[in-house]
Ligand binder design. Structure first.
Ligand SMILES: [Zn+2]
Length: 481
């Protein structure tokens, strides 16, 4: 059988970071009760007229510019007609042609180190639907319209991706970029960043695309990877069996990790798009584009390059980039010039988990960036061991105390006092004459045995590097055997 390769395209929905909905002044969040944030516009009452949220247009344009696309000075909203109980208007207000943004893309670094440019087809604005909630007890379905009219952008890629890994890497990078731009809050569990995956197989090297299926509404990076892998296996099996792949819309069942059809082509919607007569065309002035361009933060690439230059691994960088608050905290702490790598480790392992647990933003923590930087620097200079640092961290986080003072008061500072170390070194070498002789006979590795003993003797307080030096002074150089 010919070798087949997957062809994957993504449609990503990101909720725009606005206070109010796309066409009315209802709040986009903070609701506690169903149908609390609704009005005559977002519930589609007869005669109610939508008014476009200017901030949403700015954010959509900002995302387009940051992703290297072109902002259309003139774009249109259309009605996308279909019936669904949680869609009170009977249509979604979306942009067909022209959309607010076109073109652009992002560069991915692949597993083999090579680079791939993933092109974007378009970025358009649209409003979200409400949701149906099934009430099992009374066997009825209720409609909650809090989300109806919440502003989204849909970002559509070209089918440039070839594996689940590439798709997931692309999504993570896009999520980082949009969150950092504050275009979206991007909370996946809230459905603020979700995607549909289009996928088909074709013979390797063939220019003709196969029949594609679409997996709807994935809101976790892991599910995207699992759904793509399952769908590649399913379509491959069909090709092997000589059976046709049907054009279908699929749902991913994350419990069983498999896809199943929602509807097939025969039932596909004819949306009967037409321009929304209640809204004038969207105009984005050259002056606004210029202002937005100036407001863009340094590109992701330049931030990555700077952090790599400081010795940070990509995983650590992505960890910081995925939380704007974490990134600005890190930047602030860097001003104290600590060892950047150690600082990022402390953030990833201790500080950010503590913030998450207390449900606070990094900037709200009592422990200030300069103090965390100091802790990192004390470790880098060998004044504090890792175990001791982790031991006092809870206190530091709670109180925002000065790490140096806290270490002093708890007597946790590393012993690097030459005299104390020399005494311990002498004592330990004298207690282990056989090992000392082996060392002198050429078994240099035995030094680590002595360092271990000395660390234990000091109850973990000795500076390991200075301890090794003190032992070398007593033992002399390892013999040549
Ligand atoms: Zn409303």
């Amino acid at each position: 059988m010919t070798n087949m390769e997957p062809v994957i395209g993504l449609e990503i929905h990101a909720q725009l970071n606005t206070r109010t909905k796309l066409f009315c002044s209802c709040p986009t969040g903070g609701q506690t009760e169903p149908n609390e944030n609704i009005c005559e516009i977002c519930t589609g009452q007869p005669g109610a007229l939508p008014r476009l949220n200017e901030k949403a247009v700015e954010l959509a344009a900002k995302a387009t510019l940051a992703l290297g696309g072109r902002v259309n000075g003139f774009s249109l909203f259309s009605r996308k007609n279909y019936f669904y109980p949680d869609l009170p208007n009977g249509f979604q207000t979306s942009q067909l042609d022209p959309p607010v943004g076109q073109g652009g893309g992002m560069t991915l670094t692949l597993a083999d180190g090579s680079e791939k440019f993933v092109r974007l087809n378009r970025i358009h604005m649209e409003d979200d639907a409400g949701k149906c909630v099934h009430d099992e007890k009374r066997d009825r379905t209720l409609v909650d319209l809090n989300r109806a009219g919440v502003p989204l952008i849909e970002i559509v890629t070209e089918p440039d991706l070839s594996s689940s890994q590439e798709a997931v890497d692309f999504l993570k990078k896009l999520h980082n970029a949009l969150v950092r731009l504050e275009v979206t809050k991007g909370r996946l569990e809230e459905g603020e960043f979700r995607c549909d995956v289009n996928i088909s197989l074709k013979p390797v090297g063939s220019p003709t695309l196969g029949v594609r299926t679409e997996i709807k509404n994935l809101n976790s990076f892991r599910f995207v990877g699992q759904a793509i892998d399952f769908e590649i296996r399913r379509q491959t099996a069909l090709y092997v069996a000589g059976a046709p792949v049907e054009q279908q819309t699929l749902h991913f069942d994350h419990v069983k990790a498999e896809t199943w059809p929602l509807r097939s082509k025969e039932e596909a919607h004819d949306y009967r798009y037409f321009p929304q007569p209640d809204l004038p065309p969207v105009r984005v002035s050259p002056a606004l584009i210029e202002r937005l361009e100036k407001s863009l933060p340094p590109s992701l690439e330049s931030v990555m390059a700077r952090y790599r230059g400081l010795g940070l691994k990509d995983e650590a960088i992505n960890n910081l980039l995925s939380w704007p608050g974490a990134l600005s905290y890190f930047e602030e702490a860097l001003k104290a010039r600590p060892e950047a790598k150690r600082l990022s480790t402390l953030m990833a392992e201790l500080f950010l988990p503590a913030c998450r647990q207390s449900a606070i933003e990094p900037g709200e923590a009592r422990l200030k960036p300069a103090q965390l930087a100091k802790l990192a620097q004390m470790m880098a200079e060998g004044k504090l061991g890792k175990r001791a640092a982790y031991e006092i961290f809870g206190d530091l986080f709670e109180t925002g105390a000065d790490p140096e003072a806290l270490v002093q008061s708890k007597g946790l500072a590393l012993v690097s006092d030459g005299e104390a170390l020399a005494d311990w070194a002498k004592e330990i070498v004298a207690a282990h004459p056989d090992e000392a002789q082996k060392y002198r006979a050429g078994q240099g590795k035995i030094l680590s045995f002595f360092v271990g003993r000395l660390m234990r003797r000091s109850k973990g307080a000795a500076d390991p590097q200075k301890a090794a030096q003190a032992l070398l002074d007593v033992l002399g150089p390892a013999g040549q055997g």
